[in-house]
Design a protein around this ligand. Structure first.
Ligand code: ADP
Ligand code: MG
Length: 260
């Protein structure tokens, strides 16, 4: 089952600076062939051993994610959402099945290749921000560039741009303790996008935030998506899910498209 591509003629600039146009493939036969998915998951199972018992966190997930989409993943606690996101983030491998990102199967790729995917292609945002408390906003964002071996000037420019992108140009020298929760999460988003990834994964990004801060984060995420970044967001927050273009429900390790 595949949701149709609903994006039409969206032009954006890709990582290499080239202008690209996404072609509207809605309602065309063979749309799946026309738009290459960014992710293709086939028969994905993930089991854990827990005190001698086997826990089946994912029980045969088949799903494709279209490049440029904004996908919300919903479902009850224990349904497998974080497990799925960790597989998409190349932080974990499936017990069986394949998780193909671009041309790489995360199930079988070498540890070095998984490291490269995480460093270059995937931005990850967590519920708890996960910032280094002793570092400034700039330094926290800069950390994500360490593996990319850029020139120092280029690095500084990118950090500045990323902070400006989330509306925090004037908070570059603040430490996390001197920022609101919403601002901290925006620093975390800047850290995730500074590498110019192909996809942004977020696990309950508004879970620790009040309503007004949630709206800040939602606005930033929507801007990034409108610029062409693929977003996959695990969320209990119906306000976030409502803004997604596609909704998936994960319950007992199986996925269902509930976009309607
Ligand atoms: P969700 O994020 O939807 O709440 P999770 O993916 O965290 O769900 O968990 C799915 C199932 O897998 C749960 O039953 C959970 O207890 C189990 N699980 C998750 N991670 C581990 C782990 N590292 N070891 C053992 N069991 C785990
Ligand atoms: Mg979870």
């Amino acid at each position: 089952m595949h949701a149709p591509v609903r994006k039409s003629d969206l032009t954006y600039t890709d990582i290499s600076g080239e202008e690209m146009t996404l072609i509207d493939t809605q309602d065309t036969a063979g749309a799946d062939a026309a738009a290459d998915p960014i992710y293709r998951l086939t028969g994905v199972t993930r089991t854990y051993q827990q005190r001698g018992r086997i826990v089946r966190a994912l029980a045969g997930v088949d799903v494709e994610i279209t490049e440029g989409d904004f996908v919300a993943i919903q479902g009850p606690t224990g349904g497998g959402k974080s497990t799925l996101l960790q597989l998409l983030g190349a932080l974990d491998r499936p017990t069986a099945g394949s998780v193909v990102l671009g041309g790489t199967d995360i199930a079988t790729a070498s540890p070095a290749e998984l490291g490269r995917l995480r460093a270059e292609e995937i931005g990850f945002v967590f519920q708890g921000f996960n910032l280094m408390p002793t570092l400034t906003a700039s330094e926290n964002v800069d950390m994500a560039l360490e593996p990319l071996r850029l020139a120092k000037d280029d690095r500084a420019t990118r950090v500045e741009e990323a902070l400006a992108h989330v509306g925090l140009a004037d908070r570059a020298d603040h430490r996390p303790g001197e920022l609101s929760g919403g601002q901290q999460q925006r620093v975390a988003i800047a850290r995730a996008i500074v590498k110019r990834p192909r996809v942004l994964l977020a696990d309950e990004p508004t879970g620790n935030l009040d309503e007004s801060m949630r709206d800040e984060i939602l606005a930033v995420l929507e801007t990034l998506n409108s610029e062409g970044l693929t977003l996959i967001v695990v969320t209990h927050d119906s306000a976030v899910a409502k803004r997604a273009r596609r909704r998936l429900r994960l319950d007992k390790g199986t996925v269902r498209d509930i976009t309607s």
